[in-house]
Design a protein around this ligand. Sequence first.
Ligand code: ZN
Length: 506
Amino acid sequence: MAKAELMDYDKALELFEPVLGFEVHVELNTKTKMFCGCANEFGSGANTNTCPTCLGLPGGLPQVNRQAIESSIRLGLALGCEIAETSRFARKNYFYPDTAKNFQTSQYDEPIAFNGQLTIELESGRQVTVDIERAHMEDDAGKLTHMGGAAGRIQGADYSLVDYNRGGVPLVEIVTQMIEGAEADAPEIGKTYVAAIREIVKALGVSNARMEEGNVRCDANVSLRPRGSNILGTRTETKNVNSLRSVERAVRYEIQRQAALLTAGGTITQETRHWHEDTGVTSAGRPKSDADDYRYFPEPDLVPVAPSRAWVEELRATLPEPPAARRKRLQADWGFVNLEFQDVVNSDLLDVLEATIAAGAPAQAARKWWTGEIARLANAAGVSADSLVTPAQVAALIELITDGTLTDRLARQVLEGVIAGEGTPTEVVASRGLAVVSDDGPLIAAIDEALASQPDVLAKIRDGKVQAAGAVIGAVMKAMRGQADAARVRELVLERAGSAPAESAE
Ligand SMILES: [Zn+2]
């Protein structure tokens, strides 16, 4: 549907109530794959991380990855889920070239974790509790690359390449219950929910959580219910949306598309849809009915997973502070207003800021350097801020400003030296000779010279027009190559002008 044919968003909300559901796939960052010893590694040469088991060759037998079970249980606990006393893998049978075994090893009626909930907070302050139906373990499929066609799509491609490196990588699929009452916040709820999941898996350390590498992928289910009706509408499932902004846009688009279609007397097809980042639209995928029969059956090559209650409690004790609670605590500790704090969070600088402050830097100074000069240099270099300098280096730099060794201007030069690998801030100050001149001797010499060369300014200062001193201060700062404390220079200029040094300097 072309964008012009979409229904206006507010109008769509007047006529319909959106009902949502999300399935988020999280790729675990275990060293090896879910059921074999192949490396779980992004970016290796095609088909180099493969073996008979993950290629589905006859005789290849799976063995479950203990670390993947542990990560799944911790993730389940962090989502407030119950952990199953026994849990079983099942074969989900379907043929597709990226699935070498012709089935996906997943979980069906006995997932590892179920009945959880996650409360998220929207920008307006509205709190929404999302009920989690289940979090189950499964293995990922390989990756198809369609060649010769436009935009890498299968339509019009001449041939396709398949890379099984991702085949068998451990996944946890988190499935929500139906989310009602979202109203106009529906797109933001989608974005915020996925962001919260990403934050949790990152805090747990169970996934690299890089959406751009597909570590966290979201399928968004959207349906519309006419106002006043209690019958659910037909839903669509937009697959593999892999950025937070795209989740928001895809949900909004589906609401507007379905509303236009329904109002015009059309019907919604129950189907998967693809999100197109470039054009901002979804397009039809394959029909999907609730009666799809994958012939699930218990995986005969794997024993049930029966985590002891003692182990589960041991794992519960390793859970980090929930990210939302941590954010609240840090903002209060640091005394940042919402805008300052949001800036830090949005720039992904929470961890480095915390480490910089723990290394002794005052909170506001740490924020100013990380979100200011360092972020600017990182943007220019196209890298992340925390790859340029360490929190300890930034704390040391700020300490040199606080104790008067450096002005802000000199500190920026020191920072460049540190980034260039010239050593610690103190070493760069020494090797580049950048410290503020704290000895009054050279300052007085420079001031006397400046006053002598500007007798008109001197006369004005003596007449009580102290603002005229600015010209002299500027000349002195320039002569000192910025390595002087401007406030001290001003003090000395007024003092020297009063003691009439220019006459003797003739
Ligand atoms: Zn393998």
